[in-house]
Design a protein around this ligand. Structure first.
Ligand code: CAA
Length: 379
């Protein structure tokens, strides 16, 4: 067993760390307060190759492994989880799904601009009445000659208004249940496609979350991904990998908060000495460091399994379940270490605490991860 990263992986991690500090840190509090998407920064992330990291270079990607991707996700998430969720969705839900299951024409037309970061993608599965229960899709796609007619509403869509290319899951044959669900590529300019309200959120406030409405939207048959009826498997397989990205995001939020708490504990004095010299704080730091390390091992193992071509569905669910709980626990303790300063925006930890919560909800709630894990144990 080798716990060392390669030189390439370390170089990617360092580049992401440097970018986060030099480009994302400035203005992160204001973007959070104003719920403003980091548009300029995302453009630069595309130029640096962070938006299609694992895609084959022949489709404008970085050709990197999943381990490099999670190292980069952790670094970006330490500073700005709103930027990292846009990065994660583009990389592991949109680009991965298209590269794995799209045909050559779809890859040429859609994957190339997505992988280079020229445009952003969105993954549209959740609906007002289909969140955890993803098989209950109400959005319908009816075949009509050389195109489908798409009708329905999608909710809580990351990159909802900033994306140009949308992967939309819809019901093509309701009688067949989840085997009657299909996946489509929808362009933003399609007639009848309306971007709905922007969500006003507790955390990751800089991320762009919208509902989307489709009314008689014409989608060419050539924009269907795979066969009719393949959409649910497509969504599940894609989310198996997506969860590695969100687990890495949770890890980054936790380690970002821990690093701030550690530094603060060495500066802040109470009862005549730095608070890091008090056992009450030392034990908090010890718990944070241990739990972060355990989460990191789960995240890296799931990434490694994926890179090895082994089954990783249960490992990614475990990584997300555990890392998201660590993100909550560590950020709450980081606020506590900061005392009153932790409760104000200037010290960043209150934002990280708010950002942590979504990692227990999106790309499958913690309860859904337990379903995935228990089914894999019991099968
Ligand atoms: N990987 C591969 N296949 C899977 C799978 C997985 N993790 N989970 C289920 N499947 C397959 C099953 O094998 C089954 O296939 P067959 O019929 O061919 O055997 C099929 O899917 C249906 O599965 P179930 O019978 O288990 O269906 P279910 O309704 O009982 O449960 C579920 C399915 C696991 C709960 C699923 O609905 C689920 O994962 N829900 C959560 C959805 C989710 O993660 N949403 C996130 C939204 S996207 C997002 O958040 C993006 C963002 O913007 C940040």
């Amino acid at each position: 067993m080798n716990f060392e990263h390669t030189e390439e992986q370390l170089a990617v991690r360092d580049a992401a760390r440097e970018f986060a500090k030099s480009e994302l840190l400035e203005g992160v509090i204001e973007r959070d307060t104003e719920a403003r998407f980091p548009s300029e920064q995302m453009k630069k992330m595309g130029e640096l190759g962070f938006m299609g990291m694992m895609v084959d270079p022949k489709y404008n990607g970085g050709g990197m492994d999943t381990v490099s991707y999670v190292l980069a996700m952790e670094e970006i998430s330490k500073i700005d989880a709103s930027a990292s969720v846009a990065m994660s969705v583009n990389n592991s839900l949109v680009c991965w799904g298209l590269e794995k299951y799209g045909n050559e024409q779809q890859k040429e037309k859609y994957l190339k601009p997505l992988a280079s970061g020229e445009v952003l993608g969105a993954f549209c599965l959740s609906e007002p009445e289909a969140g955890s229960d993803a098989t209950s899709q109400k959005t319908s796609a009816e075949l009509n000659g050389d195109h489908y007619i798409l009708n329905g509403t999608k909710n809580w869509i990351t990159n909802g208004s900033t994306a140009s290319i949308y992967l939309v899951i819809a019901q093509t044959d309701a009688a067949k249940g989840h085997k009657g669900i299909s996946a489509f590529i929808v362009e933003k300019e399609s007639e009848g496609f309306v971007i709905g309200k922007k969500e006003d959120k507790l955390g990751i406030r800089g991320s762009d979350t919208h509902s989307l409405m489709f009314t008689d939207v014409k989608v060419p048959v050539e924009n269907r991904i795979g066969e009719e009826g393949f959409g649910f498997t497509f969504a599940m397989e894609t989310l198996n990998g997506g969860r590695i990205g969100i687990a890495a995001q949770a890890l980054g939020i936790a380690s970002g908060a821990y690093e701030l708490a550690l530094a603060y504990s060495k500066e802040r004095k109470a009862f005549g000495k730095p608070i890091s010299q008090h056992q009450a704080i030392q034990f908090k730091l010890a718990d944070m460091a241990t739990n972060i390390e355990a989460a990191r091992l789960l995240v890296l193992k799931s990434a490694w399994l994926k890179d090895q071509g082994k089954d990783y569905a249960h490992a990614s669910a475990m990584a997300k379940l555990y890392a998201s709980q660590v993100a909550m626990d560590v950020t709450i303790e980081a606020v506590q270490v900061h005392g009153g300063y932790g409760f104000v925006k200037e010290y960043h930890v209150e934002r990280l605490m708010r950002d942590a919560k979504i990692t227990q909800i999106y790309e499958g709630t913690s309860e859904i991860q337990k379903i995935v894990i228990s089914r894999s144990i019991l099968r």
